[in-house]
Design a protein around this ligand. Structure first.
Ligand code: PMP
Length: 348
């Protein structure tokens, strides 16, 4: 038992002896005529080799993400958005009907929902009144996975890397999953530098937010090579469609990354403008490290109805701590202008 690594100790035991599906791409081969995967020989598209199955983890895409984050390729998995990564971790490590995950709410809904769809328990702790982690983590001690969202959705609030490091130290035999879906908007808060130091750290990333590719469905898991190897036993044979990997590679090129950084700067400016306007109009605004802001209003119904009437679709939350608040995603200059005009019209 002592020879098992952390990922093997935490994984569902049946995975340790599972022979993974031998897909055509996994087995591979050498030759000019490929008749091993029941594919069509005809490519009727402009995309090269679209008639063929893609690689499970397209090497050029993984290399591009590796370059972008400065993390070795064998520590990266690409999946159908971060949402699939959330689910893959649960399927890899949690025994249905027995194990649990932990989360700190209010937070992103899919951690709890993914767990429940697999009959995995959810230990839900409350963030403190200033949106920090609780001091006493004894309630999450038995959980296989501890999800921390930073910046947190839907509050936009940030935890310092030092706080997360303390959790990593407190829970060495559990996986601490830090969801950094919005980290490009607050890059200095990333815990990516801690990957080498903590074998229990898992980081989730996505191209859906700052990289402007929500429609492509492309997310990444960063973790120890042992954890990645375990996830690879559970992931689908071909989880990354070829067109997605081509688009994602483009987004991760030097040009693409420069575009992303320019977009982030622009969106943060518009967010600041929106937040200032909201405060001037009497709303209380949570400090945000993401590309959205929660604003609390005295008369939430009037604001919600007014936005609706103006054709502006914002998001309200049922969580009691957010019941009087509306979440506004940052937009471009033109739409921000319209949103501000609508808010002034409603609140003045
Ligand atoms: N994590 C968080 C915190 C999110 O807000 C979202 C998207 N709403 C996701 C993960 C899912 O991202 P993806 O589009 O990559 O599945």
């Amino acid at each position: 038992e002592s020879t098992l690594n952390l990922a093997q100790r935490l994984a569902r035991p049946e995975l340790l002896t599972l022979e993974p599906y031998q897909s055509a791409r996994r087995i591979g081969g050498h030759g000019d005529i490929w008749i091993n995967a029941n594919e069509s020989p005809f490519n009727h598209t402009d995309l090269p080799r679209l008639n063929r199955y893609p690689e499970c983890q397209p090497p050029a895409l993984i290399a591009a993400y590796s370059r972008y984050v400065g993390v070795a390729s064998q520590r990266i998995v690409c999946s159908r958005g971060a949402d699939e990564a959330i689910e893959l971790l649960i399927r890899t490590f949690c025994i249905p009907g027995k194990d649990s995950i932990a989360l700190f709410g209010p937070t992103y809904g899919m951690y709890g929902i993914s767990a429940r769809t697999f009959n995995v328990g959810v230990v839900s702790m409350s963030l403190t009144s200033d949106y920090g982690l609780p001091d006493d983590l004894s309630a999450v001690k038995g959980c296989k996975l501890v999800y921390i969202c930073n910046p947190n959705n839907p509050t936009g609030t940030l935890l310092s890397p030092g706080v997360i490091e303390k959790v990593l130290e407190t829970l060495p035999e559990q996986l601490v999953v830090v969801d950094e879906a919005y980290i490009e908007f607050s890059p200095e808060y990333s815990v990516i530098n801690l990957l080498d130091k903590y074998p229990n750290l898992v980081i989730l990333r996505t191209l859906s937010k700052a990289f402007a590719l929500a429609g492509a469905r492309c997310g990444f898991t960063l973790a120890s090579a042992d954890i990645i190897a375990m996830i690879m036993l559970v992931i689908a044979p071909y989880p990354v469609p070829l067109p997605v990997s081509l688009l994602a590679e483009q987004a991760l090129s030097a040009e693409g990354v420069a575009q992303m950084r320019a977009d982030v700067k622009r969106l943060r400016q518009q967010g600041q403008r929106l937040a200032e306007c909201l405060e001037q109009l009497g709303a209380r605004v949570l400090p945000s490290g993401a590309n959205f802001v929660q604003a609390y209003f005295d008369d939430i119904q009037t604001v919600a109805q007014g936005l609706k009437d103006a054709g502006i679709v914002a998001r309200a939350y049922k969580d009691p701590r957010l019941a009087d608040a509306i979440r506004f995603s940052y937009s471009d200059e033109h739409e921000t202008e319209q949103i501000i005009a609508a808010l002034e019209n409603i609140l003045n």
